[in-house]
Design a protein around this ligand. Structure first.
Ligand code: NCD
Length: 325
C-alpha cells in the first residue's frame, strides 16, 4: 500500500482487494470475546476532524483501539485561524507529538493532500472526507458490504480475489456535493462493477465526463436493472440557493419510497452512508426494511478502517496470523 490513503482513484484493483481481504480477516476480531489485537501497540493515531462527524470518527477510533493504538481525538472545528495556516500549525504540533497516522476530515477539498505532501510531518494521512471531493474509506466499506451480500451475483474473476465483477450499482441523489459518490464511482469501476449515477440535472456535476459511469435522470427506469442502489444525503450545508424547487418535489422524483423500492429486483440491496434525511432521499420504511444494508455498512466500517490502519502502519503478514497468535 502507498504511504497515504487520499483517494480511491489512487487504488488499483490489487491494492483495493488487499484492503478488502485484510478487512475480511480482521472482521473476525469483532466476533472474539476480547475485541483487541496488539498490532499497533505504541503507535499513535490522531483523529483530526475539522467538520462534524458521528460514525466516521467513532469508527476510526474503534478501529485504532481494536489494534491497540493510542488514539487522540482532535475536534478542530471552530478554529478562527485562517485555514492554510491552521492546518500547517496543527500538522507541526502533531509531528511534535509523534503522530504515526492522521485521519483528517476537512470542509476544504484537497486538505488531506496538502497535509500529506507539504513536508510538515512524516505521519501517514488518511482522508476521512474532504469537502465535495473524496471519502475513500466510505467507498471501501461500501465495496466490502456489497461483496459480502451479493456474492451469488458477482462473476468469479479469472484469477485473484473476488471483486465486484458483473454487479450494476446505482448512485442516486445529490451527486454534485457528494464525496461519497466520487469515491464510489472510481472504486466500483476499479473492482469491475458497472455504475449509473442518477440525479436531478441541477445536482449532476457538469464536468463528470471523466467519471467511469453512465448518467441518468430517470430513477424509475434505472431501478429494475440494478443489484444495489446507494442513496446519497441531500447536503443542505453545501447548498447556497435552490437546487430543486421544493423538498416535496425532490422526494417525489428522486426519493426512494416503498413504491420505488418495489421496482428493484428481488435480490437488490439498498445502501446509504448516513446520516439520513428520512422522508427526503429515503423513506423510513425502506431504510428499515430487509433489503437495507445501512447498519451492516456501519459495522463493516470498523473492519475496513482497521485494515487501512494495519496496512499503512506496516502490517505485512496476513492479519489473521496475528488474530490467531
Ligand atoms: C458521509 C460524509 O460525511 O461524507 N457520511 C459519512 O461519512 N458517513 C455522507 C454525508 O455526510 O452525507
Amino acid at each position: 500500500m502507498k504511504a497515504h490513503l487520499l483517494s480511491t482513484a489512487d487504488l488499483d484493483r490489487e491494492g483495493a482487494l488487499q484492503i478488502l481481504d485484510t478487512a475480511q480477516e480482521l472482521a473476525r476480531v469483532a466476533d472474539m470475546p476480547i475485541k483487541k489485537m496488539p498490532t499497533l501497540r505504541g503507535r499513535t493515531v490522531v483523529n483530526l476532524f475539522f467538520e462534524d462527524s458521528t460514525r466516521t470518527r467513532i469508527s476510526f477510533e474503534a478501529a485504532a483501539k481494536r489494534l491497540s493504538a493510542d488514539v487522540i481525538n482532535f475536534a478542530a472545528k471552530g478554529s478562527s485561524v485562517s485555514k492554510g495556516e491552521s492546518l500547517k500549525d496543527t500538522a507541526l504540533t502533531l509531528a511534535a507529538m509523534g503522530a504515526d497516522a492522521v485521519v483528517i476530515r476537512h470542509s476544504m477539498s484537497g486538505a488531506p493532500h496538502q497535509l500529506a505532501h507539504a513536508d510538515w510531518m512524516d505521519a501517514h494521512v488518511i482522508n476521512a472526507g474532504d469537502g465535495t471531493h473524496e471519502h475513500p474509506t466510505q467507498a471501501l466499506l461500501d465495496a466490502f458490504t456489497l461483496r459480502n451480500h451479493l456474492a451469488d451475483h458477482i462473476s468469479a474473476p479469472k484469477q485473484g480475489s473476488v471483486g465486484l465483477d458483473g454487479l450494476h450499482v446505482a448512485i442516486v441523489g445529490d451527486v454534485l456535493h457528494s464525496r461519497v459518490a466520487r469515491s464510489n464511482v472510481h472504486l466500483l469501476n476499479t473492482l469491475g462493477a458497472k455504475v449509473t449515477v442518477v440525479a436531478p440535472p441541477t445536482l449532476m456535476p457538469l464536468h463528470n465526463d471523466g467519471w467511469p459511469c453512465e448518467v441518468s435522470y430517470d430513477l424509475d427506469a434505472v431501478l429494475p436493472q440494478v443489484d444495489a442502489v446507494m442513496m446519497l444525503r441531500v447536503q443542505r450545508e453545501r447548498m447556497e440557493g435552490g437546487f430543486f424547487p421544493s423538498e416535496r418535489e425532490y422526494s417525489q422524483r428522486y426519493g426512494l419510497d416503498e413504491r420505488r423500492a418495489a421496482l428493484l429486483p428481488d435480490h437488490a440491496v439498498v445502501m446509504h452512508p448516513g446520516p439520513m434525511n428520512r422522508g427526503l432521499e429515503i423513506a423510513s420504511r425502506v431504510a428499515d426494511s430487509d433489503r437495507s444494508l445501512i447498519i451492516d455498512q456501519v459495522r463493516n466500517g470498523v473492519s475496513v478502517r482497521m485494515a487501512v490502519l494495519y496496512l499503512l502502519l506496516g502490517g505485512n503478514e496476513s492479519a489473521l496470523s496475528e488474530v490467531n497468535a
